[in-house]
Every structure is written in structure tokens, then in C-alpha cells.
Design a protein around this ligand. Structure first.
Ligand SMILES: [Zn+2]
Length: 257
């Protein structure tokens, strides 16, 4: 079984050294993971990690909506993209969960600027959206052909429906293992539009509750999605891994079974 974690934050997994995270991920059947940036520093970290684990850790560069500020991080972001191989822009998006978050105007400016960069450099986008469905959908409809994945997707089916005709994928975390999870979206969404992710160190799957999340635990999310969709974990693993490799245009192939 070959698994891929499309959304990990190794630089935030401070409980565990990176080599242990990678060893345990490989032992759990992972063939790779995206190291997802939340700001310029973590983008540089992700690039460094990918140099230590070539072909396994793939870096992204982007500015999370809670990392935006009244300065010009976009120029530097573009410089990073020009100087290094990165495989996605992100995570970027909108987060209106806390009143203390940056203003909607600033978040929107940064989000659109990053979608524009993705379009210009032919890169896919990893999107973070929290309490922002109403604002998110019209922005994404302005970029129908830019490949994008909404990470930690936990919005209702109506949001999927609004975006199904655009180049949008939906990625699921350990939230699908929680007892209060409503499985409707996972049931209805075609497998080929799905990806799986840990978002580690956050959102530990139920089966590993009490420990920090890590890429190895993506297998628990795979199993839960398989159970909801009445498929085998092998089928879900093979499909979501291939989708991730194609989406991020990774110069790698899934090892033959
Ligand atoms: Zn994240």
C-alpha cells in the first residue's frame, strides 16, 4: 500500500526529529509528503528539508492568511519560487475564525496575489479556508483552471457543488475519524477528486489520540475514508497517491506493487 501525505508541517513537529518522522512515515507505507509552508521562513525550511530527503519531502512556498501583514512578502515569495524548485503555492487563503486575524481586505489581497503567482508559474495551490466559504467560492471561481486543493476540507456539500466544474480537489484530515464527523461529503465526492493529509502536528486521528500527529498516521485517514466509501484501503491509497503525484507534478512514480 502506497500512501502520500499532501499536507504536513515538519517544521512544527518539534517533538520528533525529522529523521524519525521520515523513518516512521516510510515504515507506514508513505512514498512522500508535502512540507507545507505557512510563511517565508517555513518555505525556506521546507526547501532545506527537501534537500535532505530528495524524492520524499516536497516543498511548497506560501503565506498563510494569519501570516499576512502590511509588508511586501509577495516579492520575496516570488524570489524564492524563482530560485528553487517548489511544487505548490501555499498554504494560502482566508481565515476569519478569530476577530484578531488580519483584516479581510489584507487577507484577500495576499490570497489573490498568490493565485496570480500560481497562474504565472504554472503551480498548483494549497488552500486554507476557515469560516470563509462565502468569500472563498467567488474568488476561486475567478481562477477556474488553476489546479487547487482545499486542505482540511470540512465544509458542506454545497461548497463542493459550487466548485466541481473547476480544477478543484478536496483534501481530508483526521477530522474524518472523529465521532461527530458528518460523512456526507466523503460519501458523495468521487474518489478521483480526493486527497488525504495529516496536517501534522495538528488534528491527530482518533486512533492515535493523545500524541502529536505525524505523517505516518495518514494511514488512519485512508482507512476511514475507505470505510465511509465501502472501498478497500488499498484502493483509496492507490488513487489518492496517484492524484497527489499528478496534481503536484512530482518527478516520481509510485513503486510497482
Ligand atoms: Zn496546514
Amino acid at each position: 500500500m502506497y500512501l502520500f501525505d499532501t499536507h504536513a508541517h515538519p517544521h512544527l513537529c518539534t517533538d520528533t526529529p525529522l529523521n524519525a518522522l521520515v523513518d516512521r512515515a516510510k515504515a507506514a507505507g508513505l512514498v512522500g509528503m508535502m512540507s507545507v509552508a505557512i510563511d517565508l521562513d517555513s518555505a525556506r525550511d521546507a526547501i532545506q528539508q527537501s534537500e535532505h530527503y530528495p524524492g520524499f519531502i516536497w516543498p511548497t512556498a506560501g503565506i498563510h492568511p494569519t501570516s499576512v501583514a502590511d509588508d511586501d512578502q509577495i516579492t520575496e515569495l516570488e524570489a524564492i519560487i524563482q530560485a528553487h524548485d517548489v511544487y505548490a503555492i501555499g498554504e494560502c487563503g482566508l481565515d476569519f475564525y478569530r476577530d484578531t486575524n488580519p483584516s479581510a481586505g489584507l487577507q484577500t489581497d495576499y490570497f489573490r496575489a498568490q493565485l496570480d503567482i500560481a497562474k504565472r508559474y504554472d503551480l498548483p495551490v494549497i488552500i486554507h479556508a476557515r469560516h470563509a466559504d462565502a468569500e472563498l467560492v467567488p474568488i476561486l471561481l475567478d481562477y477556474p483552471d488553476v489546479p487547487k486543493v482545499i486542505h482540511c476540507f470540512s465544509s458542506p456539500w454545497s461548497v463542493v457543488e459550487a466548485l466541481l466544474d473547476t480544477a478543484t480537489w478536496f483534501s481530508f484530515t483526521g477530522i474524518v475519524t472523529y465521532t461527530q464527523y458528518d460523512p456526507e461529503v466523503v460519501e458523495r465526492l468521487p474518489l478521483h477528486r480526493m486527497m488525504i493529509e495529516t496536517d501534522c502536528p495538528y488534528l491527530t486521528p482518533l486512533s492515535h489520540r493523545g500524541t502529536a500527529n505525524e505523517p505516518a498516521f495518514v494511514s488512519a485517514i485512508c482507512s476511514q475514508i475507505a470505510a465511509i466509501k465501502s472501498l478497500t484501503p488499498e484502493t483509496v491509497a492507490a488513487a489518492t497517491t496517484q492524484t497527489a503525484i499528478d496534481f503536484f507534478k512530482l518527478p516520481t512514480a509510485v513503486p510497482a506493487t
